[in-house]
Design a protein around this ligand. Structure first.
Ligand SMILES: [Zn+2]
Length: 82
């Protein structure tokens, strides 16, 4: 009698290593942090996305057609993780 399998019905379920990190890596930028008296908060998944929104906002709300490099550096420094 060789076939002495334990018929428990359970197989070793491989424990999948669930890497559930970084699901919501949101970045935000407050207009205030750049020195504006404004409640606007730009959000995005990446810094680039945030900067894009911030640029759009600056154009639409603050009449800044382009953001000077100095300002951009300031803006980038003000981007933080949510
Ligand atoms: Zn603003």
């Amino acid at each position: 009698m060789r076939l002495t399998r334990m018929a428990t019905g359970h197989r070793l379920c491989r424990s999948m290593s669930l890497r559930s990190r970084g699901i919501q890596m949101a970045k935000i930028l407050r207009c205030q942090d750049v020195g504006m008296k404004c409640d606007f908060v730009a959000r995005g998944e990446t810094e680039q996305e945030v900067l894009k929104r911030a640029t759009e906002h600056a154009g639409a709300t603050h009449n800044m057609k382009s953001i000077p490099p100095e300002m951009l550096a300031k803006v980038r420094a003000a981007v933080r993780d949510q």
